[in-house]
Design a protein around this ligand. Structure first.
Ligand SMILES: [Zn+2]
Length: 171
């Protein structure tokens, strides 16, 4: 079995940055911290937001962030680890970038992944509904219709969440 949609995140029970010891530039230079590197961090954050706004894939966004970090930022960074080791120009790995933009609360890109999963599953299911001699596989058809229904329910829920009425829900 393989994943419906590969996000390049290595398998791990801890999905967010706090479950990993790898260096994460966004975590070190968060929006709430004030220091000389904050401008660079906010530039990188703008890249994430604008690419996400243009519906770029997570892997594409992470690669772009990595390129800019490597070219313009990395050499200027000095990082002190929890053990007080000083690391010059720390490596910010693609996995670490992906983890942060996907699972941190600051960017909500996970919804996009769900969309890709649904689409990938639906495409796989629909390709097996009819055999070569046009025989319909009723089980496959039912799976497809169920998934499609779940997907459209999910999509309307997301629409209600993101736009439409901003009225408070009853607890
Ligand atoms: Zn992080």
């Amino acid at each position: 079995m393989s994943a419906a949609y590969d996000t390049l995140v290595p398998g791990n029970n801890f999905r967010n940055c706090s479950g990993h010891s790898e260096f994460c530039f966004f975590c070190q230079f968060g929006p709430q911290t004030t220091n000389t590197k904050t401008d660079m961090a906010s530039e990188l954050r703008d890249i994430v937001r604008s690419m996400a706004g243009n519906h770029c894939e997570v892997s594409q966004i992470a690669r772009r962030v990595l390129t800019v970090y490597e070219e313009d930022v990395r050499q200027t960074i000095v990082y002190e680890t929890e053990d007080n080791d000083i690391i010059q120009a720390p490596e910010w790995s693609l996995a670490s970038i992906t983890r942060h933009i996907l699972h941190s609360a600051e960017f909500s890109l996970f919804a996009g992944i769900l969309d890709s999963c649904f689409q990938s599953i639906l495409m796989n299911l629909q390709s097996g509904i009819f055999s070569d001699d046009n025989e319909c596989d009723p089980e496959r058809l039912e799976q497809f219709l169920k998934t499609a229904k779940t997907y459209t329910t999910y999509q309307s829920a997301m629409k209600r969440e993101n736009g439409g009425s901003k009225r408070q829900r009853n607890a």
